[in-house]
Every structure is written in structure tokens, then in C-alpha cells.
Design a protein around this ligand. Structure first.
Ligand SMILES: [Zn+2]
Length: 113
């Protein structure tokens, strides 16, 4: 039971605060994400509604061009250290960052379309 009127996450019906289950579909007032997704998909399929597919964050993360991004992130401080660095260790570290940036660029393969 919730202290407020609640919307069913499976069928979106509004239910009284005292209701422990949805009056339309019987779904409990409290559920895990996986229970909600499974019940919502089953309800929408029975009702003939199009399925709502949650975005696949893993697939989205795979589409991000991480190596070019890393190259820029490494190149900027590396170039700065090479340009204005005083002392051998600063210049050496700048050179290392630029070399890592070059490695990122050379390792990057554009995903197939
Ligand atoms: Zn419901």
C-alpha cells in the first residue's frame, strides 16, 4: 500500500492509495523493474498495443566512438605539455600522451553501416 494514489506501471491505470493491487490488471503496487517490464509487455500484447522497448544501453555504448574521444582527451593535454612544458619530464609526459592519442586514432575502426 502506498500513501498516495498510484498509477499502475503495467497498464497505467490510476489506483487508490489503499489498493495493494491494480484494479484493472491486478498488478501489485510495488514490484521490481523486471516484473514491471514483463507484465507491461504481456498486458500490451494482450491489448494489441505496440510494445515499448527500453533502450539497450549496452548497444548504445558500443556505438560511441570511444577511441577518437580518448584521442582528443589525450591529445589536448599532451600538446599543451609539449608546447609549454618546462623540464624533461613534462615534455616526456606530453610526448607519451600524444603517442597514446596516435595509438587510439590508429586503432579505431569505424563501425560497419
Ligand atoms: Zn494495472
Amino acid at each position: 500500500m502506498t500513501p498516495y494514489a498510484w498509477s499502475c506501471l503495467a497498464c497505467e491505470a490510476t489506483n487508490a492509495a489503499s489498493a495493494a493491487r491494480c484494479g484493472r490488471c491486478g498488478w501489485p503496487a510495488r514490484a521490481t523493474r523486471l516484473q514491471i517490464e514483463a507484465t507491461r509487455a504481456a498486458y500490451r500484447q494482450r491489448a494489441g498495443l505496440p510494445l515499448v522497448v527500453a533502450p539497450d544501453t549496452t548497444a548504445l555504448a558500443r556505438q560511441v566512438p570511444w577511441l577518437p574521444i580518448a584521442a582528443v582527451v589525450l591529445l589536448l593535454p599532451g600538446w599543451l605539455l609539449l608546447a609549454v612544458g618546462t623540464g624533461g619530464s613534462a615534455i616526456a609526459f606530453g610526448g607519451l600522451l600524444v603517442a597514446l592519442a596516435a595509438l587510439c586514432v590508429s586503432s579505431y575502426r569505424a563501425p560497419p553501416r
